[in-house]
Design a protein around this ligand. Structure first.
Ligand code: ADP
Ligand code: ZN
Length: 299
């Protein structure tokens, strides 16, 4: 069975065709500009796979893992829409409706980009078989996908764990860049926050240990909070900032320090597999979208 998968990001749209084993058979990347420019190309890609001559070559459902905020409430009027995004041309854009209308009402699975990445890792990657796990992306923004008891968490809309409050680390005079909260997790620890605090892009600060010490303290505060609140069996950290792999041992160390033995589990005793990078080499998002398609087809 073939499925379509769309990882809709703020800079690019990855469109792919794959199968139920998570194999990506074909993939293209389309620049995200405005819906008027970008979506016809996306639709053309999947349309061709819907109309394939041989039945075996046709996709039977589409999965979409989308940048947010998005409306993932199945029964809401605005289900499948992008909501109040800073990317103004995409505000209130009806993603699912547009795709379904253009693609013969094909089943469409839809979730946040971070839930998509988490689903990829839970299905085929480092969290395979787990029922409780979280995925954070730490990049331009910070977002969290969560699975609890085997279900992707939506709640009243979807979690926004990138905006939990931080205790400012003594000596850090940076005020935080979140327009809504100042010194929240995203305001203090996203890529743009690192750049604003230290005056250089995060990538160019690789050799400054003080940058990563401070960064790890903020990330560890958030990971400690999520450990307390959701009790995940695994925390996966992705996004551009986590390319600095020296962060992993630091984050693990501070999480253990902050928890201070309050929780005693085999997962925390084995902290290096509790807090880990993604295992699917950057394909976790598109593979998660593939799984969303399979789930939509089964519904
Ligand atoms: P996005 O969040 O826009 O989808 P990324 O996850 O790549 O994309 O995040 C981009 C942010 O991550 C930028 O702020 C950039 O400074 C930072 N970043 C990208 N690559 C690296 C790197 N190798 N080391 C540190 N920071 C990086
Ligand atoms: Zn915020």
């Amino acid at each position: 069975m073939l499925y379509g998968a769309l990882e809709a990001g703020g800079t690019k749209m990855i469109c792919a065709v794959g199968n139920e084993s998570g194999q990506i058979l074909d993939q293209v990347s389309i620049k995200t500009s405005t819906p008027e420019e970008t979506m016809p190309e996306v639709i053309r890609y999947f349309r061709a796979r819907l109309d394939a001559e041989a039945e075996d070559d046709r996709i039977s459902a589409l999965g979409v893992a989308c940048f947010g905020p998005v409306d993932v409430r199945k029964h809401a009027k605005t289900y499948g829409n992008i909501l109040y995004t800073p990317k103004i041309p995409w505000r209130n854009y009806p993603m699912v409706k547009t795709l379904k209308e253009a693609l013969n009402d094909i089943p469409v699975g839809f979730d946040t980009d971070v839930n998509g990445s988490l689903l990829g890792e839970v299905t085929w990657g480092c969290a395979k078989g787990l029922t409780d796990a979280v995925y954070f992306t730490i990049g331009t923004g910070i977002g969290m996908g969560a699975m609890s008891g085997g279900n992707l968490v939506h709640g009243m809309l979807h979690p926004e764990a990138g905006h939990i409050a931080m205790s400012v680390v003594p000596g850090d005079s940076y005020a935080g860049h979140c327009p809504s909260h100042g010194a929240c997790f995203e305001g203090m620890a996203s890529g743009p926050a690192i750049q604003a605090r230290w005056g250089k892009p995060a990538k160019e600060l690789a050799d400054n240990p003080e940058v990563w010490e401070l960064e790890a303290k903020y990330i560890a505060q958030a990971m400690t909070a999520v450990t307390y609140m959701l009790s995940p069996q695994k925390i996966i950290l992705g996004g551009g900032v986590m390319e600095q792999s020296q962060l992993f041992p630091l984050v693990r160390k501070y999480v253990l320090e902050y928890i201070n033995n309050y929780i005693d589990t085999k997962e925390l005793r084995n902290i290096s597999s509790y807090i880990t990078p993604a295992a699917l080499n950057g394909n976790q998002g598109i593979m998660g979208a593939l799984k969303l398609a399979e789930m939509a087809a089964a519904e």
